[in-house]
Design a protein around this ligand. Structure first.
Ligand code: MN
Length: 199
């Protein structure tokens, strides 16, 4: 009998909350698994409301359509796909659980934070707007170890927010992501968050 690799059982939590005056949510997210990889993406369409949602949704749809492409190629495709929209900030992370590594790239104002061995690391983002051009995009790789946390969140939460503090051995779930929005969102914009814990 052939031995199959154990299925990837990602521990990911997600939550979105619209601007208090809007039905539409200008933040959108997605995550996708491959046998050896987990990909997370979070997009923040400029402003809020319907047009922001159109831009963010177009970014996530483009990421979803390119499951086997590298991050840099996906950003180029997203920049084209969003030309007729308001544009968006976008972060994408590829997690390789068996390699204990992740690869991250972002354009604009998405916050990506790793808690690695208890130390907080805020990842950098290229200047620009997906859909209106960006420059100096660099995908960066990081080592992760069991118990490390990763979160991506939009500017509905302050950049300085210590989102990963006090999580300790919390169980990752959508409920946890919703609780983090409840605790940290400032209520002046849409808010989106993804959270992952490395097993
Ligand atoms: Mn925003």
């Amino acid at each position: 009998m052939a031995l199959n690799p154990p299925p990837l059982q990602p521990s990911v939590g997600q939550a979105l909350r619209s601007h208090p005056d809007e039905l539409h949510c200008g933040d959108q997210l997605g995550w996708w698994t491959r046998p050896d990889r987990l990909r997370l993406a979070l997009a923040d369409g400029l402003g809020h409301g319907h047009e922001a949602e159109v831009a963010a949704s177009a970014a996530i749809a483009q990421v979803a359509a390119m499951p086997d492409h590298h991050l840099e190629e996906i950003f180029l495709a997203c920049d084209q796909a969003l030309r007729d929209t308001r544009g968006a900030a976008l972060a994408i992370v590829d997690i390789h659980p068996q390699l204990d590594r992740l690869r991250h790239a972002a354009v604009g104002n998405i916050r990506s934070v790793i808690a690695h061995s208890g130390l907080i690391r805020r990842l950098s983002s290229a200047r620009g707007i997906v859909g209106a051009g960006y420059r100096d995009l660099r995908a960066e790789s990081f080592t992760i170890t069991a118990g490390d946390w990763l979160t991506l969140f939009t500017d509905g939460i302050q950049e300085s927010a210590e989102v990963l503090s006090g999580l300790d051995d919390a169980t990752v779930s959508d409920r946890l992501a919703e609780q983090l929005i409840e605790h940290w969102a400032d209520g002046h914009d849409d808010t989106g968050i993804l959270i992952y814990r490395h097993a």
